[in-house]
Design a protein around this ligand. Structure first.
Ligand SMILES: O=C(O)c1cc(=O)[nH]c(=O)n1[C@@H]1O[C@H](COP(=O)(O)O)[C@@H](O)[C@H]1O
Length: 242
């Protein structure tokens, strides 16, 4: 996938719903206001690959299935995912180097088999819904910001294109890993939107200024009375930062 230039092209809208009709309607209504759609575990578990192809249509697709398993299993899943023609796909960095290397090889070979351009292969670092106290409760005493940097370095070393991180870590990762490493960023909350379950969040403008490549935004757009207007408002706020 090419790095997008205009603000709205950098937005991938998260269509987190079980309702196929609603996802289709949102994808249609938001068509020109965003750069692409993100379909993840909620929609995929309900509607499978066929549902994903149906909703994405020809739009750029971020397939967010966050694979995390032994290398052989993840490689097979990545290969199968290529038939949904994603431009971005993710695994969990905490699956480790061997898993990520297997995923990278599978993405190269799978894309060739499916006759598509190889998607950006990304690794999720520390979920944006977790803070330092949550990490500590699962035995992880390193602060989220340090853990994200550690996992992002491992991701780069394992040959992936970039990471999914929170807006709070963008600046440090840009310094650590340079301008070409892809930073795809959920946990985006305009000042006028509800925070919900996102704990490491920031505004679209701050995320863009810090150096995000793509912003993943769900409820601030999809739960708005007029989703297309909300997406345009966010793109406008981002343009002010560019
Ligand atoms: O990989 C992701 O996309 C992801 C990683 C992460 O750390 N945090 C996170 O929120 N996401 C996804 O980004 C989207 C954010 O949606 P909203 O919180 O509604 O804006 C959801 O679909 C999440 O599954």
């Amino acid at each position: 996938m090419q790095n997008s230039r205009t603000a709205h092209e950098r937005i991938f809208v998260a269509l987190d719903t079980l309702d196929f009709g609603r996802a289709e309607e949102l994808a249609r209504a938001l068509g020109d206001s965003v750069g692409g759609v993100k379909l993840g575990k909620e929609f995929f578990t309900a509607h499978g690959p066929e549902g994903v192809r149906g909703v994405a249509g020809g739009k750029p697709l971020f397939l967010d299935l966050k694979f995390h398993d032994i290398p052989n299993t993840v490689a097979g899943a990545v290969r199968a995912a290529m038939h949904m023609r994603p431009v971005m796909l993710n695994v969990h960095a905490s699956g480790g180097r061997a898993m990520m290397e297997a995923a990278a090889l599978a993405a190269r070979e799978g894309a060739e088999d499916a006759g598509i351009e190889r998607p950006w292969l990304l690794a999720v670092t520390v979920l944006t819904s977790l803070d330092d106290a949550d990490l500590e409760s699962v035995g992880q005493r390193t602060p989220a910001s340090d853990q994200v940097r550690r996992l992002a370095a491992l991701t780069a070393d394992s040959g992936l294109d970039g990471v999914v991180c929170s807006p709070r870590e963008i600046a440090a990762l840009r310094r650590d890993l340079g301008p070409d490493f892809k930073l795809v960023v959920p946990g985006i909350r305009p000042a006028w939107a509800a925070g919900g379950d996102q704990k490491r969040a920031a505004t679209p403008r701050d995320a863009l200024e810090a150096g995000a490549d793509v912003l993943v935004i769900g409820r601030p757009i999809t739960a708005a009375d007029d989703p297309a207007a909300a997406a345009r408002r966010i793109a406008h706020e981002m343009s002010a930062a560019a």
